[in-house]
Design a binder for this molecule. Structure first.
Ligand code: NAD
Ligand code: DAU
Length: 350
């Protein structure tokens, strides 16, 4: 039985990756290593927690001693590394947590993998999940390709860029069998309501203002989270290491246009008059260093590995709104902090 370590599996994307791997690969044992920060929530994995090929481990990748011992104990065959501090606004307020988890934490995992695998790499894999934000900002036209030079602007994207460089350095220096992917903005169920789409769904629900940064003209390329998980599956199982793949939905939206679509869908689902939610739009001071536009060219992934997004945006956004409205308790719980208290009681403070 192959032992796969997935880090950050209690978070938004990680929980979808865990579910896909646990269900699809009964001959893999999936270990979910997560610190359970404010963004990590085991409620996201209720349906897999009893599966025989799944184990949750609470732990912090910043702790090199812990990480080392964990790898020595379980002798993982592969790693899919998603654990990170992931919110740009938080990185502006508190960069150091991003440096520690995203850079130091990644190096600890690389060292631990190198230590147990020695030079017997066989079909071992260290898959690092990264972001399109490392490429910086585009103007009105053009796309990010795998060889677009790095140009990060926020502490978050700079920390992810740094971790990508370190992962590649371990490949070039020690032959560690690494793979990297850089994905565009994800949306869908289980995203913490600090990111644009779930934050605005929650605010509309409570008739609270919708804070649009600047003029709302920034452009993001949105991908349904399950399609990202499917891409991670395909890439993890690809033949060649040392490769990078861009993942994106070819689905660009100006923030303000996306917000108006979301408002319309919410009015419809909540049975409110047309235009009710749009009245909540409030323009606020722009994010510092706000990247204008991201757009991914994912043709390498599509041509070489045959992946393509399964959902159109209109369908994805309806599914997403439906999920949050059907799971209002989840939203209330993660915004009230009750679940953090629960973890403290269950696992104690570390
Ligand atoms: P998230 O914030 O929802 O989840 C991150 C998870 O990592 C949480 O469960 C958290 O508890 C865990 N974690 C944080 N610090 C840790 C530590 N020190 N040790 C162990 N676990 C820790 O993030 P997400 O949006 O699911 O993103 C997952 C990964 O995908 C990140 O690496 C992110 O950079 C990348 N990514 C995200 C997006 C996106 O749109 N959300 C797009 C492209 C790439
Ligand atoms: O591109 C991939 C990245 O997408 C991931 O690496 C990050 O982890 C993820 O958080 C996301 O980053 P963004 O900064 O693009 O996502 P966010 O949801 O924070 O913001 C999306 C856009 O909406 C961005 O242009 C900022 C704007 N925004 C965001 C919030 C939270 C607002 O106008 N108002 C808001 O309140």
């Amino acid at each position: 039985m192959k032992k796969i370590l997935i880090t950050g599996g209690a978070g938004f994307i990680g929980s979808h990756v865990i579910r896909l791997f646990v269900d699809k690969y009964p001959d893999y044992h999936i270990y979910n290593l997560d610190k359970l920060t404010y963004a990590g929530n085991l409620e996201n994995l209720k349906d897999v927690e009893e599966k025989p090929n799944y184990t949750f481990i609470k732990g912090d990748i910043i702790d090199d001693n812990f990480t080392q011992k964990l790898f020595e104990k379980y002798l993982f065959d592969g790693v899919i590394h998603l654990a990170a501090e992931s919110h740009v606004d938080r990185s502006i307020t508190n960069p150091m947590e991003f440096i520690m988890t995203n850079i130091v934490g990644t190096v600890n995992l690389l060292n631990a993998a190198r230590n147990i695998w020695k030079n017997n790499f066989g079909d071992k894999r260290f898959y690092h999940v990264s972001t399109d934000e490392v490429y910086g900002s585009l103007g009105e036209t053009g796309y990010f390709f795998e060889d677009t030079p790095y140009d990060p602007h926020s502490p978050y994207s700079a920390s992810k860029a740094s971790s990508d460089h370190l992962v590649r350095a371990y490949h070039d220096t020690y032959n560690l069998p690494v793979i990297i992917s850089n994905c565009s903005n994800n949306y869908g169920p289980n995203q913490f309501p600090e990111k644009l789409i779930p934050l605005f769904i929650n605010n509309i629900r409570h008739n609270k203002p919708l804070p649009v940064y600047g003029k709302g003209e920034n452009v993001r390329d949105w991908l349904y989270v399950v399609d990202h998980a499917r891409a991670i599956d395909v890439i993890y199982h690809s033949d060649k290491t040392g490769e990078t793949y861009n993942i994106g939905g070819h689905n660009e939206w100006k923030n303000i246009d996306l917000i108006k679509v979301l408002c319309r869908v919410m009015d419809k689902k909540l049975g409110r008059d047309k235009g009710t939610s749009e009245k909540l739009i409030t323009y606020v001071t722009d994010r510092a260093g706000h990247d204008l536009r991201y757009a991914i060219d994912s043709s390498k992934l599509q041509k070489k590995l045959g992946w393509k997004p399964s959902l159109q945006f209109e369908e994805g956004i309806e599914k997403t709104v439906d999920w949050y409205l059907a799971n209002q308790e989840w939203l209330d719980n993660v915004t009230s902090g009750n679940y953090q208290k629960y973890y403290e009681d269950m696992y104690g403070r570390r």
